[in-house]
Design a protein around this ligand. Structure first.
Ligand SMILES: [Zn+2]
Length: 267
C-alpha cells in the first residue's frame, strides 16, 4: 500500500459527478434514512452512477489498474470496482457518494471484505501513508513505531477488512521486489554504465557505444514487460526509487516515464 497522489489526474470528472449528485442525492438520503430506521420494505436502491466510464477510467489510471488496498492487478476481465472509502451506508447525508475524493479503485475481493467497515487506511492520504512501510523481507505492509493510535486502528481495520497482507500477496510482493531490484534494475544499471564508458571512450555515435545502447534497450524492454504484467505496480515504482536511492544512481528516465513508454495504461 503506497501513497497515490490524486493530483496526478489533471481533469477529474467533477462535472459528471455533480450531475449525478444533483439527480441522485435526494434518493440516497431517503434510502439511507429508511435503512437506518430499519424500514421494510426498503425503497429501491438508488442508481450507482459511479460505474460510468467517465469516472472509472480516470480512477483506473490513477491507481495504475491496481487495487488501492492490496495492490493486485484488477484489469483482468474488467472486474474492478469503485470503492467508496467512506461507505455509502454510513453516509446518511449522502455527501460523499458522488465525491471523487472518496473513490478508491478496488479489487472485488477487497471491496467485498470492506463493505460498511470504516475507517480503513486511505492510500490517497499522505497522513495515513507516511506511517506505513513495505517490509521487503516478508512482503507485508507494517506501521512504524510511534504511529498514532488512530492510524493503528485504521491499519488493523485494513488488515481485517481487505487483502492488504492476506492471500499470496506478501509472497508475490517479495518476489516482485527482489526480482525488480536484483535482476532488472541491477542489469539495467550495469548496461547503462557500459554504454557510458563506450560513449566516453569512442563517442556516442561509435559502433561500440551503439551496441551497448542496444543491449541496454533490450534490458529496458524486459523491464517494461514486467510493468505491462500489471501486478503491484505501486510497489515496482517504490522499488525503482529505493534502488536509485541506495545505489545513488539515476537512470536516463523516471519510473513514471517508463510506465508511459510501456503503454501499459493505454490498453
Ligand atoms: Zn484488493
Amino acid at each position: 500500500m503506497h501513497f497515490v497522489d490524486r493530483s496526478e489526474i489533471k481533469n477529474p470528472p467533477i462535472e459528471k459527478l455533480k450531475e449525478l449528485n444533483d439527480s441522485h442525492k435526494p434518493n440516497w438520503i431517503s434510502y439511507n434514512k429508511a435503512r437506518s430506521e430499519k424500514k421494510t420494505p426498503l425503497p429501491i436502491k438508488p442508481s450507482s452512477g459511479w460505474l460510468h466510464d467517465q469516472i472509472r477510467t480516470p480512477l483506473k489510471t490513477l491507481f495504475l489498474k491496481n487495487c488501492g488496498y492490496c495492490g493486485t492487478h484488477t484489469d483482468l476481465g474488467n472486474d474492478a470496482e469503485v470503492d467508496h472509502h467512506f461507505p455509502t451506508s454510513l453516509d446518511i447525508k449522502a455527501e460523499y457518494i458522488y465525491n471523487w475524493e472518496n473513490y478508491i479503485w478496488s479489487c472485488p475481493s477487497c471491496n467485498g471484505m470492506k463493505k460498511h467497515h470504516y475507517p480503513l487506511l486511505n492510500p490517497c492520504l499522505i497522513l495515513d501513508m507516511k506511517h506505513i512501510y513495505f517490509h521487503s523481507a516478508d512482503g507485508r505492509y507494517l506501521y512504524y513505531k510511534n504511529t498514532p493510535n488512530e492510524i493503528i486502528t485504521k491499519y488493523e481495520n485494513t488488515q481485517r477488512y481487505s487483502n492488504l497482507n492476506l492471500k499470496t500477496n506478501p509472497d508475490f510482493r517479495k518476489y516482485i521486489f527482489r526480482d525488480t531490484t536484483e535482476n532488472h534494475l541491477k542489469g539495467l544499471k550495469m548496461y547503462w554504465e557500459l554504454y557510458e564508458v563506450e560513449a566516453k571512450v569512442h563517442g556516442e555515435a561509435s559502433t561500440e557505444a551503439k551496441n551497448k545502447l542496444d543491449a541496454f534497450n533490450l534490458k529496458k524492454e524486459n523491464f517494461m514487460d514486467l510493468i505491462r504484467s500489471g501486478y503491484h505496480l505501486m510497489l515496482i515504482k517504490y522499488a525503482f526509487d529505493v534502488f536509485c536511492d541506495n545505489q545513488e544512481f539515476n537512470f536516463p528516465f523516471t519510473i513514471k516515464e517508463l510506465i508511459e513508454e510501456s503503454k501499459y495504461l493505454n490498453t
